[in-house]
Design a protein. Structure first.
Lengths: 387, 353
């Protein structure tokens, strides 16, 4: 083991003297995680300032105002009143997330069985807020439709026309018997730092592929690989030593991000044994991917190119830049083709309060990635350590 | 500044002891032309037998055989592309031969022959060090590859640093070193494990004259200390100065080998002795013609030209004949044919063509 450890320690020493490796492996993920934490806070803290433009003044419009100011929406919305011109100006300058314009005659149209559109003003710069506003308006109009349907059904069933208003009021007070509460495998709400800390940690950890592959080709161009090959050690020992360095660097990088974001930024990572197992498995995958790049590339430049393509391909597919749960179904499916996608799934489940069993399947998949890539690398290039 | 400093004595003793315990090599089959020159019982550090290596259709070396005894410096002399580096790489197990074998201290050398490789110190042609590590860190790392550790490693690192005169720069990064310092450290990194055989692949290429001189002196000292040295070069003067025996390699074939004198004799080149003198030149010339080893004598004015097989050893006899003939010798010059002439004779091309 002596020479293997010597090679690994030498590689680590060189890597720690390389400022870019230090920055990308340790400082950048912490900085990005901190920025995201500071910028977004938690998912639960999402808040909108909206305006209600009531040009109608009728009971249905008043009911919509009551709906917007209900306790259930108080954490999400701050509602003010404005004229349409004021609301439009404020939405455009960004001081309002959205505005609802209820046109004159809206209540009369609704109660008489007619229809009239409720306008939602949204900013192009706040598409999520506009979507939420449209959903709220849609929810309220659906509720009105339900009341109208109830009253119409009662009248058709023989109820006197004189009771229509009372029936409408009673139907409006009724709550739906069931409601859907979306919840992941866990029990806690996921904060953005709990998602982006592992996401950024894994992203920057993947840069180790480039460092490892580049280091291998530098040994060749610098002639030191020839010395290694002339030494009384096997080619496999050279590869194992260099892989060990990549593994330790990757694990140290992600481990540091996990520790610092937990302790300083309050990120949730989940049960320690499961997190450690996932980090180690990702370290092994890193070794497999690095070996694969070395096996495929023929020069330092090619290795850097392949490593960059691989890193950015994996993080784009795996969901390191976006909340994967909010991504389209195809993206969510594609993320399962990547080890980082599986790791993120496990980390978010664990951070959400799931127990360690939530990490078992992702862990096995990640280890399979490591095994397949390593085997493929050695199959592609046997005796890779020879100069 | 020579590479070899105060550590040489210890090195010499150690290497001499190692030489004493080296195995006794059985004589080669008599069909092997190199083996025919072996003496029964000589202890060989390196034996290369019938080495052949092709790269695609191109034959890099073919049927190359030679040996290096303990304390012997053997030079492979040939122009660029002659097959020297391929031969070296085969000797060090960096390449696998298509035919033939390499044996170091009785152990066959292959890519995975770790025991045999532990006996070889390899100095690559280019400086092969980690520029972002210090000299000491480089040496410690390469020492660990040869399974040195603890106090022994620390001790050897200090000895080698002293040997290469880099003690005061030991903790500076190699990237800050001059070319000559890097070259010295490059050789030092190959000496950490006290190899029995030092293999140097053109170590003076691209080196300034001062560093070149230092490297040559150091290699000569290492050879004198009992180390077997295999040295490749395309500089005729280096081979003449350093090597006990020289193998001339061209187009992948070892076309001749032996001591300089043997090679010169083999191609029939003669020494020239040029004397300027006064007095009875004709009588002196006639005396010289009668000497064994003198093939021809010409007199022109005050000059006498002799063509002889071994000019240096004949010189005392020639000067005695001059005194006897009453000739007063003003100057003497011995012009010995060099390896350049041998190479030209054997291959039809000059070394640097």
């Amino acid at each position: 083991m002596g020479p293997v450890i010597a090679i690994a320690l030498k590689d680590l020493r060189q890597r720690l003297r390389d400022r870019s490796a230090l920055v990308l492996g340790f400082l950048a993920p912490l900085l990005v995680a901190w920025l995201i934490s500071a910028a977004f806070g938690s998912v639960a803290a999402f808040h909108m300032n909206v305006a209600l433009v009531d040009q109608d003044g009728g009971p249905v419009a008043s009911g919509f105002g009551t709906f917007l100011r209900s306790p259930q929406l108080s954490e999400l919305l701050t509602v003010s009143t404005a004229t349409e011109a004021q609301a439009r100006a404020k939405v455009e300058d960004g001081s309002l997330s959205a505005a609802f314009v209820i046109p004159k005659g809206f209540s009369a149209a609704v109660t008489s069985g007619g229809s009239m559109p409720l306008t939602v003003l949204g900013s192009v710069d706040a598409s999520v807020a506009a979507q939420v506003a449209r959903s709220l308006a849609g929810s309220y109009t659906a509720h009105i439709e339900a009341v109208r349907l109830s009253v119409a059904t009662a009248l058709d069933g023989g109820a006197p026309q004189a009771r229509a208003a009372a029936l409408a009021a009673a139907a409006a007070d009724l709550q739906a018997p069931e409601s859907v509460v979306p919840r992941a495998a866990g029990t806690r709400e996921l904060s953005s730092v709990s998602y982006y800390a592992p996401a950024m940690g894994i992203f920057f950890m993947l840069f180790a592929i480039g460092f490892g592959a580049r280091g291998f080709f530098l040994e060749r161009t610098g002639g030191t690989m020839e010395r290694l090959a002339a030494a009384p050690i096997s080619p496999a020992a050279v590869m194992v030593g260099k892989s060990l360095a990549t593994f330790v660097y990757g694990v140290a990088s992600l481990g540091t991000v996990a520790a610092v974001t937990s302790l300083v930024f309050g990120a949730e990572w989940g049960p320690l044994p499961a997190v450690v197992a996932l980090v180690l498995a990702l370290g092994l995958t890193l070794v497999g991917l690095t070996s694969l790049v070395i096996a495929v590339a023929r020069s330092e430049r090619q290795a850097e190119g392949f490593a960059s393509i691989l890193t950015f391909g994996l993080v784009l597919l795996g969901g390191n830049f976006i909340f994967i749960s909010a991504a389209p179904p195809m993206v969510r499916t594609l993320s399962l083709l990547t080890p980082n996608g599986w790791a993120l799934r496990a980390f978010t489940d664990l951070a959400g309060g799931a127990d360690w069993t939530a990490a078992v399947t992702p862990l096995l998949v990640i280890l399979a990635f490591a095994a397949v890539t390593t085997t493929l690398a050695f199959a592609l290039r046997r005796g890779v350590a020879r100069p | 500044m020579p590479l070899v400093g105060r550590g040489v004595g210890a090195e010499a003793r150690r290497w001499t002891e190692e030489a004493a315990i080296a195995r006794t090599v059985e004589p080669h089959p008599q069909t092997d032309p190199v083996a025919q020159r072996h003496e029964v019982g000589i202890q060989m550090r390196l034996e290369a037998r019938g080495l052949t290596r092709r790269f695609g259709d191109r034959v890099a070396v073919e049927d190359v055989s030679f040996h290096v005894a303990p304390g012997e410096t053997y030079g492979l002399l040939g122009p660029n592309g002659a097959g020297k580096t391929t031969t070296i790489r085969l000797v060090c197990g960096l390449l696998t031969s298509d035919a033939g074998e390499v044996v170091v201290d009785g152990m066959p050398v292959t890519a995975t022959a770790t025991r045999a490789k532990a006996h070889i110190g390899y100095v690559p042609q280019e400086v092969s060090l980690y520029p972002d590590l210090t000299a000491r860190e480089n040496l410690r790392f390469f020492g660990r590859l040869y399974r040195l550790g603890g106090a022994r490693l620390r001790g050897r690192v200090e000895e080698v640093l002293e040997l290469v005169s880099l003690v005061d720069r030991a903790d500076e990064r190699v990237e800050s070193f001059s070319g000559g310092m890097k070259r010295r450290l490059n050789i030092g990194a190959s000496l950490l494990h006290n190899p029995a055989l030092l293999v140097l692949d053109e170590p003076t290429v691209g080196v300034d004259p001062q560093s070149r001189h230092a490297i040559m002196e150091s290699i000569a000292a290492l050879g004198s200390a009992g180390l077997a040295v295999l040295y490749t070069t395309h500089y005729m003067e280096e081979a003449e100065r350093l090597c006990d025996r020289v193998g001339i390699i061209d187009h992948g074939h070892l076309v001749a080998e032996g001591t300089r004198r043997e090679l010169v004799a083999r191609v029939g080149e003669k020494d020239r002795i040029l004397l300027t003198a006064t007095g009875s030149l004709q009588g002196f010339a006639e005396s010289c013609m009668g000497m064994q080893g003198v093939d021809r004598v010409d007199v022109a004015g005050s000059s006498v030209h002799l063509l002889a097989r071994d000019g240096r050893s004949l010189l005392p006899q020639v000067l005695a004949a001059a005194v006897a003939a009453g000739t007063s010798v003003r100057s003497v010059e011995v012009d010995e044919p060099d390896l350049e002439a041998v190479f030209l004779h054997l291959t039809g091309t000059a070394l640097r063509e």
